[in-house]
Design a binder for this molecule. Structure first.
Ligand SMILES: Cc1cc2nc3c(=O)[nH]c(=O)nc-3n(C[C@H](O)[C@H](O)[C@H](O)COP(=O)(O)OP(=O)(O)OC[C@H]3O[C@@H](n4cnc5c(N)ncnc54)[C@H](O)[C@@H]3O)c2cc1C
Length: 219
């Protein structure tokens, strides 16, 4: 099966439950995903997708129904409106998400530490995304294998199954659950630039101001 065909198959297989009201890929700025503080830092869905494709660590948040929220870090891949997570079938996160528990995922790239002349104006430059959705397990073995191999290639761009590492055996694939989180809503927020304290633009003012560049560090 070609890569494009496999992607379409996954998208079709996960779309039934998770399609949003508009029947389209996750939209930015819905009720849950409206940025209130510094709304001018909000970015559109395209920018959000670019951040998701660049990030490496997803913070996956859910509740087990007791009212206690949990958040755990995961590796992930983002393709065509789906965020893919994986883990042991017995993992609590996997069990709850597979059962349809709503999930919220956050990815942040930290671009800089921003020092201001004023205490209250110290800040950070970042690109971050919050995703809301629900997950379905990817059952098709060929589709699952292809997604895992693309996920590996995302972290290790030059490595290929069969050339640089032994492909997963069928039993190994079955032992791991691959979840496709269909993005229902998402938001992106970006801060960039210098400190914005009341005296940060004045060269002669008291104190110092600077930005420490941390290009795209995952946090
Ligand atoms: C960068 C990164 C990437 C990861 N990628 C994956 C992945 O792709 N798939 C995967 O299955 N796991 C991944 N992990 C591990 C993952 O975060 C969990 O530890 C694991 O999935 C679930 O473990 P558990 O079943 O013991 O957790 P649970 O039973 O769900 O957790 C029980 C408690 O253990 C503690 N706990 C669990 N995990 C962590 C943690 N990472 N750090 C601190 N406390 C924790 C928390 O207090 C949690 O409430 C990753 C971890 C990191 C740091």
């Amino acid at each position: 099966m070609s890569g494009e065909r496999q992607r379409q198959t996954v998208a079709a297989s996960v779309s039934q439950r998770a399609d949003n009201a508009e029947g389209q890929r996750g939209r930015a700025g819905g009720a849950r995903a409206r940025i209130r503080r510094h709304a001018e830092r909000a970015r559109d869905a395209q920018a959000a997708e670019a951040i998701l494709r660049a990030g490496r660590v997803a913070h996956v948040a859910f509740s087990d129904g007791s009212g206690q929220p949990y958040v755990l870090p995961f590796t992930y891949a983002y393709e065509d409106g789906c965020l893919y997570l994986h883990g042991a079938r017995a993992s609590r996160t996997v069990r709850l998400l597979r059962a349809g528990t709503p999930v919220c995922v956050e990815v942040t790239l930290l671009d800089g530490l921003v020092a201001s002349r004023a205490a209250k104006s110290h800040s950070m430059n970042y690109r971050s995304v919050v995703v809301f959705g629900t997950a379905d397990a990817v059952a098709d073995e060929a589709v699952k294998r292809a997604i895992f191999e693309r996920m590996t290639a995302r972290y290790f761009p030059d490595r290929r199954a069969g050339r640089d590492y032994t492909p997963a055996r069928a039993g190994e694939l079955r032992a791991v659950e691959l979840l496709a989180v269909r993005v229902e809503e998402l938001s992106a927020k970006v801060r960039s630039g210098p400190p914005l304290g009341p005296h940060d633009a004045e060269d002669e003012a008291v104190g110092s101001r600077f930005v420490v560049l941390l290009p795209g560090v995952d946090v």
